[in-house]
Design a binder for this molecule. Structure first.
Ligand SMILES: CC(=O)SCCNC(=O)CCNC(=O)[C@H](O)C(C)(C)COP(=O)(O)OP(=O)(O)OC[C@H]1O[C@@H](n2cnc3c(N)ncnc32)[C@H](O)[C@@H]1OP(=O)(O)O
Ligand SMILES: CC(C)C(=O)C(=O)O
Ligand SMILES: [Mg+2]
Length: 633
């Protein structure tokens, strides 16, 4: 029988076990170009990485193991166990633009099984022959035990129920049964609307007619041999209570095993939805012989809150989708609901699920790829920023204790972050975070140097959205690893374009602390600026090499310039071995988001080396010896 290591009680910091994170998400080819070969190889890769993840996982600490109760359609032996019904492939696919091919649906279904969902609603088989085929393939391949040697994820013996949706009519129910009957545990989910507005205007039927259809169609589904039948009174959130108790009682008598209560238009508030579930539990005849389920749409952004309120009030099946995709504003999101239960279990009557949350990140990425619906960066649990910290006070807290700003460990959702503390440098970062990042990159610099560097960092971060590792290294070279400062750049202003000659004005601070300004024209803004610098410093030099690279991507990238210059004979060096005098070259580098500033910094860096060298030459009154072959310093 299926058994698994399940989510365990919450800790103040919700990492339940010190686990090996699930593998990094595999990139999938764009859905537009997906062939079934692609899908199969993606599936194989996934299976391989998931196998590794599950093999590496140490068992949860003693006393925290909980087994998934044996599956009986209308009963759960452990009152604290709550079933997770995933409808990504049905309601999720109803999101505008989210249609998936059969091959894509199969890959996602396999991953949902690894994640440990109890029920996969694989589609609406009557909607098209393609969807019937997709649901049937899922029933055959995912709804049955994996062949020997095949990995089934963390809980290799777990086989999810495969479910198909149908309206309350024979044709739809026949199609649903044809699709799901191949699974080890098939389920038919049939629905009909029960709110006045839907019955009157959409179905054009009286409540009595609707109740009779519901009862007859549930009985019909059972008559096909399906022992697991779910019934949903669509728009229950706006339906008359007494009518709900009546129709639900009727379908239980007809053989319904799960009663799903949809807030179809996301209209309910959490306390209201919780009360709806509690009232149904208290007033529906025969309800003790069925499982109550929630299905919350997100029109008011309350789907997760409503789902949790429903669970608290007695629902033991929660219908959710990965990333919260679904009709209009979507459904309650699996990752939010599952992690809320895991994190706040004590406030949710000790509930637990069968989900292996370490597969959440990978599953989320897969669904984004195949549905084409990309989650917003600040999406709870799976958004790019959900475990990132950019402001200085938070970063400082994270460095001291991760629990200060994180209630869930990224390991728990299978997220491996590039930076252990989730630190993202930006304009709001403080000294602690920037310094720790430098140490991480291998640079330990003194306090005074760090203060200079931090000032420069802030200037750049003001202008740039994110400061990357490469940016930091470029700035560090520019700010710290420079020759002794003889001439420094105060300001530079350049104009260029097709209308007139390029012109640059440069203000430098000299060795005496005095400002000097020069202006020049040139073939371009860099040439003009270099000529202005030459007018001030007046050392005869030749520019031998000039190169510029952008260290990061994007329009706000930092440009790093490298130059090589040679001086005239007065700055020749004598080779130590041959005694031959040679024309020595000097390199310089500079970095800035402005290419002219970056170029002038690089040029000054080289000129400062020449000045130091020439100063040394003058001081010793002889040509200094260099112990190596001519090289660029
Ligand atoms: C809240 C939900 O998410 S419900 C699920 C919604 N999902 C979908 O609709 C996606 C799949 N749908 C489809 O492919 C198509 O709508 C089909 C194949 C199901 C039906 O297509 P059509 O036969 O062309 O009907 P159409 O969609 O235009 O209208 C729906 C009909 O079903 C009836 N109907 C709606 N819900 C139900 C129900 N639960 N039980 C019985 N009949 C229903 C409507 O009253 C309407 O009947 P009418 O033609 O007598 O007026
Ligand atoms: C089919 C039903 C369960 C549904 O999706 C809804 O009411 O939102
Ligand atoms: Mg829905």
């Amino acid at each position: 029988m299926a058994s698994s290591l399940l989510s365990s009680p919450a800790k103040p910091f919700c990492s339940t076990t010190k686990t090996t994170p699930a593998p990094k998400a595999t990139r999938f080819p764009s859905p537009r170009f997906l062939s079934s070969a692609h899908v199969l190889s993606a599936a194989r890769r996934l299976r391989a990485v998931s196998a590794r993840a599950s093999q590496q996982q140490p068992p949860p600490p003693r006393g925290q193991q909980q087994r998934r109760p044996e599956y009986v359609p209308n009963r759960i032996d452990d009152p604290n166990y709550v079933r997770i019904f995933d409808t990504t492939l049905r309601d999720g696919e109803q999101s505008p633009g989210a249609t998936m091919t059969s091959a894509q649906k199969l890959v996602v279904a396999r991953q949902l099984a690894r994640l440990g969902v109890d029920i996969i609603e694989a589609g609406f088989p009557a909607s098209s022959p393609d969807d019937l085929d997709a649901v049937r393939s899922i029933a055959i391949e995912v709804g049955n035990p994996a062949p020997a040697g095949d990995d089934g994820g963390a809980d290799a013996t777990h086989v999810p129920v495969i479910c198909g949706l149908s309206r309350c009519n024979r044709k739809d129910i026949d199609a649903a049964w044809e699709a799901v009957r191949h699974a080890r545990r098939p389920r038919i989910h049939t629905f009909i609307a029960t709110s006045d507005i839907h019955m009157q205007h959409k179905l054009r039927k009286t409540p009595e007619q609707v109740a009779a259809i519901a009862r007859d169609m549930v009985a019909y589904a059972r008559s096909l041999g399906c022992t697991d039948v779910e019934f949903s009174p669509e728009d229950a959130g706006r339906s008359n209570r007494e009518f709900l108790y009546h129709i639900l009682g009727e379908v239980i008598k007809a053989g319904a095993t799960t009663l799903n209560i949809p807030d179809t238009v996301g209209y309910n508030l959490p306390y209201e939805f919780g009360k709806l579930i509690a009232d149904i539990k208290a007033n529906t005849p025969g309800i003790e012989n069925a499982i109550i389920s929630t299905h919350c749409q997100n029109d008011l952004g309350l789907a997760t809150a409503n789902t949790l309120a429903g669970a608290r009030a007695g629902a033991r099946q929660l219908e959710v989708t990965i990333n919260g995709i679904g009709e209009r504003a979507g459904n309650a999101s699996l990752e939010e609901v599952v992690m809320a239960i895991k994190c706040r279990r004590e406030l949710l009557n000790g509930l637990y699920t069968g989900i292996d949350s370490r597969h959440i990140t990978l599953t989320s990425k897969m669904v984004q790829e195949h549905s084409g619906l990309i989650v917003q960066p600040h999406k709870a649990i799976v958004g790019a920023n959900a475990f990132a910290h950019e402001s200085g006070i938070h970063q400082d807290g994270m460095l001291k204790n991760k629990g200060t700003y994180e209630i869930i460990s990224p390991d728990d959702i299978g997220l491996t972050r590039a930076n252990e503390f989730g630190i993202v440098l930006g304009k709001l970062s403080g000294r602690h975070a920037v310094r720790s990042k430098l140490v991480e990159l291998g640079y330990e610099i003194g306090d005074k140097e760090f203060e200079d560097f931090f000032k420069r960092y802030k200037e750049v971060a003001e202008k740039k959205k994110r400061v990357t590792d490469e940016d930091l290294e470029a700035l560090l070279s520019d700010e710290i690893f420079q020759p002794k400062l003889i001439w420094s750049l105060a300001d530079v202003q350049a104009t260029c374009g097709t209308l007139s000659l390029s012109t640059a004005t440069v203000k430098l601070i000299g060795p005496d602390g005095e400002e000097r300004i020069a202006c020049s024209v040139g073939t371009g803004p860099v040439d003009a600026a270099y000529k202005a610098v030459d007018q001030i410093i007046q050392i005869p030099t030749v520019l031998r090499e000039y190169s510029m690279t952008s260290v990061t991507e994007g329009i706000d990238a930092i440009a790093t310039t490298r130059v090589v210059v040679t001086g005239d004979v007065s700055i020749n060096a004598k080779h130590a071995l041959t005694g031959r005098s040679f024309n020595r070259s000097f390199s310089g580098s500079g970095a800035s988001m402005d290419i002219v500033v970056s170029s002038v910094r690089a040029y000054l860096s080289a000129l400062n080396k020449i000045c130091s060298f020439a100063g040394a030459v003058k001081a010793s009154s002889e040509v200094p010896e260099i112990a190596s072959v001519p090289s660029t310093e």
